[in-house]
Write a protein that binds this ligand. Sequence first.
Ligand SMILES: Cc1ncc(COP(=O)(O)O)c(C=O)c1O
Length: 394
Amino acid sequence: MLANLPGGAAFPIRPNAAAAPASGIVEVFDYGRNRPGLLPLWVGEGDRPTPPFIAEAALASLRDGETFYTYQAGLPSLRAAIAEYLSRLYAVPVADERIYVTGGGMHALQIAVTLTAGAGDEVIIPTPAWPNFVGAVTVSGAVPREVAMRFGPGGFAPDLEALAAAVTPRTRAVVVNSPSNPTGWVATPADLAAILDLARRHGLWIIADEIYGRFVYDGVRAPSFRDVMAAEDCILFVQTLSKNWAMTGWRVGWIEAPPVLGPTIVNLIQYSSSGTAVFLQRAAEAAIRGGESFIAEQLARARENRAILLDAFSRENRLRFAPPDGAFYLFFGVEGIADSRALAFRIIDEANVGLAPGTAFGAAGQGAFRLCYLRGTADIAEAAGHLVDVVRRL
Ligand SMILES: Cc1ncc(COP(=O)(O)O)c(C=O)c1O
């Protein structure tokens, strides 16, 4: 395939690379990014920088001269810290040999997809979903099969019949992101058991993205595949330091996999990033070992902002939403508005608030908006007021 690049020159690149979808947020972002005072609620991160004790660990590592190549699988001490953290949180033993450190959750996802699906294969993705699932699957050469979730009075829920109907002889994996970006859906143990049952019956992998598992508004953590799985189940967990510890810019995460895949994963890391920088891993270890009170603060903030938004939005009956059970996004629609892209531009002009249009998360997001509320409470209260005003004027 010849891809036409700016300037009229044609360069032959692989069709899968050329087919990588553009982000559905960029256009709106470019329109509003330089507006003075704009509240940027379109991104998937909070406004607080990484806590100093984490940054200090990275600085100390650099000062100590830890600037050399390192273990592809990750520093043994970080793998141990992650395994201990998971064992404590989920009250099940997790072995260090299950953990492989990656360049963020995205790299973990890329490895998960590379392990499971390629040209001619299909991967099922319940939507609305974080767009990088479709992106990673597309780049791998496999075909993403979007399956819309059901929206009812209780919010989004997986459509188990539609998921089962989407399985073909070419299906290799199903992606399950709970708590969900963008919808805030949190899978029940019964949902997870049903999806696991489907995967077992058809010999599919589950790519479990549970990165928002600490951000729940009922209980201490979200239900996990860990609660329903057996050791022999084909499940790959994608994880990241980005959200819990305010480290989106650091690019550290991990993939958790059956230990027998270790040598293969080490090779895939070797031929992509060749390992994560040691100073970043030292910071990650500090975060995981000492970051519980920071997570509690983040959660308290998200909880307060969620309450502010739900209160403001429930006063305007054209706003359609279900309270998110997890993550830190409100996914909402406006009655009578089918084109959220056009309204996202108008909201920038009239409310000075940046929202992600729902279409960025798949066709099932048509007409909706995603608002990230992990920010200062005053910002969220102000944004909620402006948004309600815009909707009243529509
Ligand atoms: C559902 C989900 N998974 C994975 C990631 C990856 O995070 P990162 O690559 O920053 O570690 C994100 C980031 O927004 C996400 O929302």
